[in-house]
Ligand binder design. Structure first.
Ligand code: SF4
Ligand SMILES: [Zn+2]
Ligand SMILES: [Zn+2]
Length: 306
């Protein structure tokens, strides 16, 4: 197989684009996809400050490096969830990556916030992953807001977005369908959220991370249930295999033709939000969901210690 751009031997084959690239041309292709995403979805400009959520996985570290090399003003945020050795290793990967590339990094420890995930798992009677996701979104937004960042960027790739869209479509969840997309504009108390890797597949980000020699955290979380869209991703993978390009068409078609329709449906709804009495984050009740979890963990731990 030869590189489509320069005819050197190819190292990455991309059937969905009917093409293949050598290492150098793959970087050019990858960077162009990121630039196109930023431009078409009006994500941010070179004058704006961007906070990048860094889990230590291939997508978030790849995103950080790509944005930094394009010249954007980026800083990283890692949330240390306190999940035993897994969190220690993830944090070490993020810290050494940022040090190696001279990137600014802030680490927020859930232990110090009274919300280490092992305590949440022990004391809260809800699936730990749903609380963990909520906690991460809460702090990403809070730190971005308090640090006056213009946008919060996450490493969601095309496969993540398509699996989520597929799940939302199966349920015809108009609330989520009106809200899903690579750019979510800022709203009262919420910083703009962007996903600059939405045009690139998991295979492509994995190849980029590998070829660039990025040391990633890839151990599964000990609390992972394995349920998070895995079967949807398998189904979609099968569809893509039979009909290359269908993944992107499904998502792009939704952005061009579907999302607006769901936005119209949801226009009337919309709750009054006010700052949480404990932490100042926007909420429709007096104390936001995360602060309520924090209080419950604190009370149950105190009761168990007696
Ligand atoms: S698997 Fe669940 S608990 Fe572990 S980091 Fe992911 S969301 Fe959090
Ligand atoms: Zn080439
Ligand atoms: Zn709160």
């Amino acid at each position: 197989m030869k590189c489509k751009r320069c005819k050197k031997p190819a190292v990455v084959g991309l059937p969905s684009h009917h093409t293949a690239f050598c290492e150098e041309c793959f970087y050019v292709y990858f960077t162009r996809q990121v630039e196109t995403a930023i431009r078409r979805q009006k994500m941010f400009t070179f004058d704006e400050r961007i906070l990048v959520a860094l889990s230590g996985g291939k997508d978030s570290l790849t995103l950080m490096l790509a944005l930094h090399e394009l010249g954007y003003d980026v800083a990283g945020l890692h949330i240390d969830l306190g999940i035993y050795e897994s969190s220690v290793r993830a944090r070490a990967k993020v810290e050494s990556f940022c040090e190696q590339h001279g990137l600014t990094l802030q680490v927020l420890e859930m232990e110090a916030e009274g919300l280490p995930m092992p305590d949440v798992k022990e004391h809260i009677n809800r699936p730990v992953c749903s609380v963990c996701g909520k906690v991460k979104r809460h702090y990403f937004n809070k730190i971005a807001r308090e640090g006056n960042f213009d946008a919060l960027a996450t490493g969601h790739n095309l496969d993540d977005e398509v699996a989520r869209l597929f799940a939302n479509t199966l349920r015809w969840d108009s609330g989520y369908l009106s809200d899903q997309g690579p750019t979510l504009p800022a709203a009262e108390g919420f910083v703009r959220k962007v996903k600059p890797l939405y045009r690139l597949s998991e295979f492509e980000t994995a190849n980029y991370a590998f070829l660039r020699g990025i040391e990633i955290h890839s151990d599964p979380c000990p609390f992972a249930s394995g349920a998070s869209f895995t079967s949807h991703k398998e189904l979609i993978g099968e569809l893509e295999h039979r009909s290359p390009g269908s993944k992107f068409q499904f998502y792009d078609g939704f952005l061009k033709r579907g999302r607006e329709a769901f936005k119209m449906l949801e226009k009337e709804v919309g709750e009054e939000l006010s700052p949480c009495e404990d932490c100042g984050s926007p909420t429709s009740v007096e104390i936001c969901g995360v602060c309520r979890v924090k209080r419950a963990v604190r009370d149950k731990k105190a009761a168990a210690a007696q």
